[in-house]
Design a protein around this ligand. Structure first.
Ligand SMILES: Cc1cn([C@H]2C[C@H](O)[C@@H](COP(=O)(O)OP(=O)(O)OP(=O)(O)O)O2)c(=O)[nH]c1=O
Length: 195
């Protein structure tokens, strides 16, 4: 699609991380419009299918003007076939972290860019290893409250970084927006992102 000079960017996400990651590229959305959708997984839905469906649903839920392009995303933590969402409380965060302790899991971020009635999608899967957590590490991390609002109950860009010795894939993807792929999608939709 040809680039359209006057196109405005709508960030269809309330995640401060996504806004910050776009800012690292010099991209400042013209508007932020977090979509309100039902994020419950379907029965037996696989994590990657789920993540892609939710990102697309977020884009579908947005109402856009003709000169707007929207970027939506979903980040899902998958332990085997199990989907770990955002923990409801410290107890659930502890459960998630104990399940992740000493194991590899996947973090999937799916994106959907919408313009007019067209939607462009991509997703990035990153393998992440969490060290074997001691009681002290687990309780110390829970006490930071940094797990709140984070899929899987941790955020790699915060104190939990000390618990993650290895990843394979996209660091920005784990944070919530794989920036290289996001730019590709925005360009495909005609949004002029530099460089
Ligand atoms: C695994 C991980 C997740 N996260 C965050 C990114 C996302 O904000 C959040 C996953 O929730 P999402 O449902 O993807 O996004 P959101 O609810 O924050 O925002 P919106 O639905 O409006 O787009 O977890 C991190 O910040 N760091 C990490 O290491």
């Amino acid at each position: 699609m040809t680039r359209v000079p006057g196109l405005k960017l709508v960030l269809g996400s309330g995640s401060p991380r996504r806004l910050e990651l776009l800012a690292t590229l010099g991209i400042i959305p013209d508007d932020i419009r977090p979509p309100d959708i039902n994020e419950d997984p379907l029965p037996a839905e696989k994590p990657r299918d789920y993540c892609r469906r939710i990102a697309r649903s977020k884009a579908e839920a947005l109402v856009l003007a003709d000169d707007e392009v929207a970027l939506c995303a979903d980040t899902t933590v998958a332990l085997g076939r199990r989907i770990l969402g955002k923990p409801a409380d410290a107890g659930e965060a502890a459960q998630f972290l104990l399940a992740l302790s000493g194991r590899r899991h996947r973090v999937i971020t799916a994106m959907a860019v919408k313009r007019g009635d067209q939607i462009w999608t991509a997703d990035v899967v990153t393998a992440v290893k969490m060290k074997n957590l001691s009681d002290e590490e687990l309780n110390g991390y829970l006490a930071t409250d940094d797990w709140q609002g984070k899929a899987g109950g941790y955020a790699i860009q915060g104190p939990a970084g000390a618990l993650i010795p290895w990843i394979q894939g996209s660091y920005t993807g784990v944070m919530g927006l794989p920036v290289a792929e996001a730019v590709n999608l925005l360009r495909a939709a005609g949004y002029k992102a530099r460089p």
